[in-house]
Design a protein around this ligand. Structure first.
Ligand code: PNS
Length: 161
């Protein structure tokens, strides 16, 4: 049983994240989409809201080997607890690389048995990020092409435009 963890802030989930989840689901027996409580960022959505948005979205895709959960503390500790073989991270562009490389090597130092695997989303999704989507929504722009429908509605509800 090969289990992978796809960790992140998911504040909120975008179509780019969804693409990565779908790819990971074909490679592993089980994928845990793990929403971090400890991510050094202040979030727009609470951890419960982020988990709910992910669950709603993934329910519509019918991916039977994917589950969503929240975790706190170090990612490597959570991965060990779940007996995961790998971490999955999405890589969109060279600009992501430096941070991702540092995190992957640090996690491997902390747990040499845990590999990080990078998956690239479809090219047409590579410019999407949660940060930019929130900015567009905050300024009254349409975000329906970048995020699932339930997320677009939630963003409108939060940001009120
Ligand atoms: O979506 P993000 O914000 O790029 O995800 C970053 C995340 C949540 C994967 C990272 O902050 C994390 O792993 N947080 C858990 C705490 C931890 O293990 N920190 C050390 C990472 S080397």
């Amino acid at each position: 049983m090969r289990k992978a963890i796809y960790p992140g802030s998911f504040d909120p989930i975008t179509n780019g994240h969804l693409d990565v989840v779908q790819r990971a689901a074909t490679l592993f027996d089980e994928v845990i989409v793990a929403v971090a409580r400890d991510n050094n960022k202040s979030s727009l959505f609470s951890i419960e809201e982020r988990v709910d948005l992910l669950r709603e979205t993934l329910d519509t895709l019918g991916l039977t080997n994917v589950r969503v959960t929240a975790f706190e503390g170090l990612l490597v500790h959570y991965a060990r607890q779940e007996n995961a073989a790998a971490l999955v991270r999405g890589l969109r562009a060279v600009s992501d690389f430096e941070f991702e490389f540092q995190m992957a090597l640090m996690n491997r130092k902390l747990d040499p048995g845990l590999e990080t695997m990078f998956l690239m989303p479809r090219e047409e999704l590579t410019y999407i990020s949660s940060r930019i989507v929130k900015e567009i929504a905050r300024l009254g722009g349409d975000v329906e092409m970048f995020v699932p429908r339930n997320v677009a509605i939630a963003l409108k509800g939060k940001l009120g435009k």
